[in-house]
Design a protein around this ligand. Structure first.
Ligand code: AHR
Length: 670
């Protein structure tokens, strides 16, 4: 009996030990553990990070462009969203007045050949013996869930009108309480032909939920078409909403991939983004229904505007084009020639000289200089589809023979085995749980260093771990990006997806930037990307964690040079675990006193709950917080908070460590 009891006790101890060791490996690091980080600053073990490693992916999804970055305030400005057949739906336009005083319909009488729908307004009141209701009758447009009209700001209104008789139309910007914020009148005796009417409206009040009203008290029939209201204050007058543009600019993206995503493919080819339909005067653009994300775009943000956006951001444009493959239908390779020509024309539009056929169209649109288009992607997520490879090869050889320098991105994943076709880069997308994304930091450890490099053009934590943008998601993504830095000889580019969401059309969650008509905030994933802004073109130093709790800690070290030629050392560490860690840092390979003691900082992204998110109410709940770092030296201890990403930044005294050439980026704060 005594022996059995002893055996029981021993077994019990064994199980307690086993379960303790399981728990510590599941959470990664035990409480108050000390981990060493060895950084080797010598050139021999360093790698040059591509200038292009971190950029952005802009997709027309979640009303990112229409009703978002593109500042046009009128939704469905040409009345085309209801389709080409009449009568049609005029959503989101609404009627002011009832059927006894006006009849509103659509017809195909527009002066614009590529968008024939116009709005016909037959005003029944205001003639002999009838008076229109006070304020008149007409139509209003609520914009994209409300127009943001701001006191003192000016708005350019353009509309086209036609009538059989004289017109007197009141145009007003009206706040949600009915208060008139700006108004003007269009009075004309002869608009029997379509006439362009313009006005600048200055707001005398602010309301983020305003609308545009067109009303009259005069009997008659008036047609309206192409009604546009643009803030005059957009980024460089280029049509980009300032606050959203600035948020993107602050990410300092090296490239911008556009315009999608699935948006490029379409559910059906007939609804895919076709660049030729998006250029020329805005009034003449037909617009199209994006059938994957289920909304109409007037395509004010078209091929030229995307290229302009890239230029304004100082980012390289990466044009993703449709290669004859949508989600549900495909063009046979034997019939792909017209698609090839369309894309060659699109490249010429971007970078042909101003005397070329399509370069001259670009020049006529106000951009005589070519854009710096160096990359194109053949389709999106289409590898393995019936005609993808056949079509791809046609595009590859047509583009390479016309533009040998353009880098071509294949949809097929070359990370685990070599591609069976020529490509300069291969596309890789990852949407997964936080654990999977964090663990994917090692994804490219074994990827080929000889063939095409990876373009991780879409990455994000999704599902329950992410919510609408959690700290947990951002930490896993930061870990993943550190893995990409460490594999920068196999990965050339990476971008988070999606970039934007209008909170009123959250088709896809999470996203980096959340906005409505008047305000915006960054999710933790947005702020996480700021930790990598200086990495493009920087020098990656060799760094090792010991012991290496790879399930919960990952670190990298870079040196970079700012525009004033000051050199910096940055150590980034993600603590994915729920315990704080003391990091003992040893930097080797630098001359003594290379680290300046003043100006060293610690920037941390963390929060009390790993599922914390930002919101319009508390936009800065999870944002980077910078503090001064004391006791700086080649050997130092830093405490890492649980669930945190930390950047340790040091100014280096002159050239005491040798780093590669042109690792220069702007210096600024988070
Ligand atoms: O980023 C959202 C979507 O995810 C993209 O359109 C598509 O490429 C991917 O499936």
């Amino acid at each position: 009996m005594g022996a059995i009891t002893l055996l029981h006790i021993m077994l019990l101890f064994f199980f307690i030990l086993l379960s303790a060791s399981y728990q510590s490996s599941a959470t990664g690091i035990g409480a108050n553990q000390t981990i060493s980080l060895f950084v080797n600053a010598s050139e021999a073990s360093a790698k040059k990070i591509p200038e292009t490693l971190f950029g952005i992916f802009f997709e027309e999804i979640n009303h990112a462009g229409a009703g978002g970055l593109w500042a046009e305030l009128v939704s469905n400005r040409g009345f085309e969203a209801g389709g080409p057949n009449t009568p049609s739906n005029i959503d989101p336009w609404s009627v002011i007045g009832d059927e006894s005083s006006l009849l509103v319909s659509t017809d195909r009488s527009s002066c614009f050949d590529r968008n024939k729908i116009a709005l016909r307004m037959e005003v029944l009141c205001g003639g002999e013996g009838t008076i229109c209701p006070a304020g008149g009758v007409g139509i209003y447009n609520p914009g994209f869930w409300g127009m943001n009209i701001e006191q003192g700001k000016t708005y350019k209104l353009v509309l086209y009108a036609r009538s059989l008789g004289p017109i007197n139309v009141s145009v007003s910007l009206t706040g949600s309480t009915g208060l008139q914020l700006a108004a003007t009148n269009f009075v004309a005796s002869d608009v029997s032909n379509w006439t362009k009417l313009e006005a600048i409206l200055q707001a005398k009040g602010t309301d983020a939920n305003s609308r545009l009203q067109l009303t009259t008290t005069r009997k008659g029939v008036i047609w309206f078409d192409q009604v546009s209201l643009m803030p005059t204050d957009t980024y460089k007058g280029h049509g980009f909403r300032n606050d959203l543009f600035e948020m993107v600019k602050n990410m300092r993206p090296a490239f911008i991939r556009f315009p999608g995503g699935c948006f490029v493919e379409g559910e059906w080819l007939r609804n895919a983004f076709r660049w030729k339909e998006t250029i020329g005067p805005w009034e003449e653009r037909p617009g199209h229904f994006g059938d994957v994300w289920h909304y109409w775009t007037d395509d004010g943000l078209g091929h030229l505007e995307f290229l302009q956006l890239a230029e304004d951001l100082g980012a390289l444009p990466i044009w993703v084009f449709n290669n004859g493959v949508s989600h549900n239908d495909e063009v046979d390779t034997s019939s792909i020639s017209p698609f090839l020509q369309e894309i060659l024309d699109g490249i010429e539009f971007a970078r042909g000289d101003r005397d070329s056929k399509w370069g001259s169209v670009r020049a006529a649109m106000g951009h005589p200089e070519p854009f710096d288009l160096r990359y194109v992607a053949v389709g999106n997520e289409d590898c393995g589809k019936k005609n993808y490879l056949g079509n791809y090869l046609k595009f590859y050889s047509a583009i390479k023979s016309a533009y040998p320098d353009i880098k071509i991105i294949s949809n097929c994943d070359g990370s685990s085995q070599p591609l069976d076709h020529p490509a300069d880069l291969y596309d890789y997308h990852i949407y997964s749980s936080a654990n999977n994304v964090f663990a994917s930091a090692q994804k490219f450890d074994k990827a080929s260093r000889n063939g095409p490099k990876a373009f991780v053009s879409e990455y994000a934590v999704t599902g329950n771990d992410a919510g609408k943008g959690s700290l947990l998601a951002a930490l896993a993504e930061a870990g993943f990006l550190i893995g990409l830095e460490k594999n920068c000889d196999a990965v050339e580019m990476a971008s988070y997806a999606p970039l934007f969401v209008n909170t009123h059309d959250r088709t896809w969650s999470p996203d980096a930037i959340v906005f409505d008509s008047s305000q915006a905030y960054g999710t933790p994933s947005y702020w996480m990307q700021h930790f990598f802004r200086e990495s493009n073109g920087a020098t990656l130093l060799s760094s090792t964690l010991q012991p290496n709790p790879s399930s919960s800690l990952i670190a990298s070290a870079i040196t970079w040079k700012d525009t004033e030629d000051n050199r910096h050392l940055r150590i980034k560490v993600v603590n994915f675990g729920s315990n704080s860690v003391t990091l003992q840092i040893s930097i080797d390979g630098m001359e003594v006193n290379s680290l300046q003691s003043s100006g060293s900082t610690k920037t941390e992204l963390t929060s009390s709950n790993v599922m914390d998110e930002n919101s319009f109410q508390v936009p800065n709940k999870v944002v980077p917080v910078k503090t001064q770092l004391d006791d700086v030296g080649e050997e130092m201890d830093v405490v890492l908070s649980p669930h945190s990403v930390t950047s340790l930044d040091f100014v280096l005294n002159s050239d005491k460590i040798r780093i590669f050439g042109s690792d220069s980026v702007d210096r600024s704060s988070y």
